[in-house]
Design a protein around this ligand. Structure first.
Ligand SMILES: Nc1ncnc2c1ncn2[C@@H]1O[C@H](COP(=O)(O)OP(=O)(O)OP(=O)(O)O)[C@@H](O)[C@H]1O
Length: 293
């Protein structure tokens, strides 16, 4: 069939148009990322590709490299080999402000500046949107207010952050990350310190933001049950390598419990929701290889 749009040839002598770079199909891409700390290889050849709008949970034993992976994904740390790309751009080539417009990292133990109120702290999330002199732009206040409202902490706006409980601080940290209004959200144990009700509220909020605003979310969760219920994809790290990656219904198996967590256990299905439900029985020695049998 003939092309309905005739090709327009460039006039003789005109410079050839520069081809625009192909748009990346991935919101976040880690390409053979390696990161070592003195005396310890933390992440090795990590390959992870996350499509726009995906909600991915990252799980694994203490010390396996989950937080390090999030810090690399946010550009806070740089890989020693490989590359991290956000919406196709190498994050190492972006300025701090450019990176902060693309990726927000909520870190569970990030210190909250004492003396600031919740409102003042969350307005700091607008740093990336500020002009060269650090002035807040029109709409920044509305964005901060929306972030406070999303997380249900708007009534605390005038409270000093150092007078908040652990769980209250955690929700304020989430509001701070949301105030950045980035397409990619990285959450490091967002449910730590939260009571049962607020764990569910926070994960429901994350799922809603992803559905309504198309956010791409990568979150570290220790509760495999919550990860299996709320994430559409589960990535398990073992010793700094991706040991399993797929939909929870396929990935959460007794072999995963054994191979990644060193636990003998059973896996059932939630009667209503259908998601996997783990019944860990007892710890076992970890196998030496990274394969999940
Ligand atoms: N600032 C640091 N300096 C030196 N080593 C570090 C530092 N931060 C983390 N590590 C080490 O790097 C490894 C990976 O740590 P990381 O925090 O990424 O693990 P994690 O999977 O998030 O653990 P957890 O589940 O306990 O939070 C661990 O061995 C840890 O001791």
């Amino acid at each position: 069939m003939a092309d309905p749009v005739p090709a327009v040839s460039a006039p003789a002598g005109a410079p050839a148009p520069r081809p625009s770079p192909p748009r990346s199909p991935y919101a976040l891409e880690m390409d053979r990322v390696r990161f070592a700390r003195p005396g310890r290889l933390v992440l090795d050849e990590v390959v992870l590709r996350i499509a726009p709008g995906e909600l991915v949970a990252l799980v694994g034993l203490n010390g396996c490299g989950k937080s390090t992976l999030l810090q690399l994904a946010s550009g806070v740390l740089g890989p020693q080999a490989g590359a991290v790309r956000v919406e196709g751009e190498d994050i190492a080539r972006l300025s701090r402000r450019q990176a902060a417009r693309k990726v927000a990292l909520m870190h569970q133990s990030a210190p909250l500046v004492p003396g600031l109120t919740v409102r003042q702290l969350v307005r700091q999330g607008r740093y990336a949107a500020r002009g060269p002199l650090g002035m807040l732009r029109d709409g920044d206040d509305a964005t901060s207010r929306r972030a406070l409202r999303d997380v249900g902490v708007e009534d605390w706006a005038d409270r000093p952050v150092d007078a908040l409980s652990g769980g209250e601080r955690q929700r304020v940290r989430l509001a701070l990350a949301l105030a950045q209004e980035t397409p990619v959200l990285l959450l490091d144990e967002p449910t730590t310190y939260l009571d049962l009700r607020h764990q569910l509220e926070v994960l429901q909020l994350v799922a809603r933001l992803r559905a309504e605003r198309g956010l791409t979310v990568l979150m570290v969760l220790h509760d495999l049950g919550l990860a299996a219920r709320f994430a559409e994809r589960l990535v398990a790290l073992r010793d700094g390598r991706v040991a399993a990656d797929g939909p929870p219904a396929e990935v959460v198996t007794p072999a995963l419990l054994r191979g990644v967590f060193g636990v003998e256990g059973r896996v059932g299905r939630d009667e209503e929701g259908g998601w996997p439900v783990c019944h860990p029985d007892h710890p076992i020695p970890l196998q030496n290889d990274n394969h999940i049998h």
